[in-house]
Design a protein around this ligand. Structure first.
Ligand SMILES: Nc1ncnc2c1ncn2[C@@H]1O[C@H](COP(=O)(O)OP(=O)(O)O)[C@@H](O)[C@H]1O
Ligand SMILES: O=C(O)C(=O)C[C@H](O)[C@H](O)COP(=O)(O)O
Length: 308
């Protein structure tokens, strides 16, 4: 049984590329919790994914991908009556934008009854996100059921805000994400998400807010400003690993996967954040979510180069 279980939706990815005055779409793989699972597996962690995919070519591609990446798929349902979701990435002024085709997808049809709670109960960490809860009411309930089962079994819960206002209104997002965060041991908010969710501007105030909800560790990712990590008796801002980034899609998911992998391997939180910042920076050097994610070897090499 895997140590890290991620729960959510995988999306086939089409990333817009301009060449010779024409637009092409580079096919890749996305979906925040699938990204996190692959990111952690590339760091050597024992990982499984819980989701549903369609009985279609894209669902089969994901099953092949997870197999290649060493992500266990015992918790993946193949739904004959619904498709695998897809999304497009377009770029403007150095920013990326996501456009989804996922309403009615197989993953959005997950329910509390369909989630394999036995896999969750035997993990060390369950990782979920705001997106896992935004895709449908039944998926939202499925995530709450998985978090409840994890807590009852002594499994740590990790929660990334990943606020996507194309999927739900801010009022509902705030209520659900903060209910989820209150069930989490490890809180992984992004700064812009947290500003919208809490109404607070200052990173220290945001970290205080999330610690007060209950998590024992808060890692607030702040893009190029690095990561503020805090527990009840420590607070530190770890700077980014400087790179000439190309596309920051899934930098947050890479951070999550690497951070959780290193915590499970026994690192202290600051060492784990230093590693995860480097892994996340390296993942911005190519287009799309999964393809540019570094292996543990590449992260170690970059950390060693910085140290000399
Ligand atoms: N331009 C960048 N250069 C180097 N590292 C980056 C850059 N953007 C993001 N990162 C790394 O990725 C992590 C997550 O990025 P962030 O943008 O905060 O997450 P999210 O994608 O969830 O919004 C950051 O904490 C940082 O370590
Ligand atoms: O938006 C969604 O629903 C997706 O899952 C598509 C993307 O793969 C992730 O959103 C990337 O997540 P970040 O690490 O925050 O950049």
């Amino acid at each position: 049984m895997p140590d890290l279980v991620c729960l959510g939706e995988a999306l086939l990815e089409f990333s817009s590329q301009q060449r010779d005055g024409q637009t092409f779409y580079l096919q890749g793989y996305g979906g925040d919790t699938s990204n996190c699972a692959i990111a952690a597996a590339r760091q050597g962690a024992s990982v499984g994914y819980v989701t549903a995919v369609g009985d279609d070519a894209f669902g089969r591609e994901f099953l092949d991908l997870w197999k290649r990446e060493g992500v266990e798929t015992g918790g993946v349902i193949v739904d004959p009556d619904a498709p695998t979701g897809i999304y497009f990435i377009t770029y403007a002024n150095g920013e990326h934008e996501f456009s989804y085709r996922r309403v009615g997808s197989a993953a959005s049809r997950m329910t509390p009854q369909s989630v394999p709670l036995d896999i969750v109960r035997q993990a060390k960490i369950l990782h979920v996100s705001g997106i896992s809860q935004a895709i449908s009411d039944t998926a939202c309930d499925a995530v709450f059921a998985a978090m409840t089962a994890a807590r009852q079994a002594g499994v740590q819960v990790s929660y990334d805000t990943n606020l996507r206002l194309k999927l739900w209104p801010i009022e509902r997002a705030r209520a659900v994400i903060h209910a989820g965060m209150a069930m989490a041991d490890i809180a992984l908010p992004g700064l812009e998400d947290a500003r919208q969710l809490t109404g607070l501007e200052d990173p220290d105030a945001i970290v205080d807010f999330y610690l007060a909800l209950g998590p024992k560790v808060v890692a607030l990712t702040m893009g190029s400003a690095g990561t503020m990590v805090a527990t009840s008796d420590l607070r530190e801002t770890v700077p980014v690993h400087k790179v000439d980034h190309v596309d920051a899609t899934a930098a947050g998911d890479m951070f999550d996967g690497a951070f959780l992998a290193r915590l499970m391997a026994g690192d202290d939180v600051v060492t784990a954040v230093t590693y995860a910042n480097t892994a996340a920076a390296l993942s911005t050097l190519g287009y799309g979510a999964v393809a540019p994610m570094p292996t543990a070897e590449a992260v170690r090499k970059a950390l060693a180069e910085k140290a000399t």
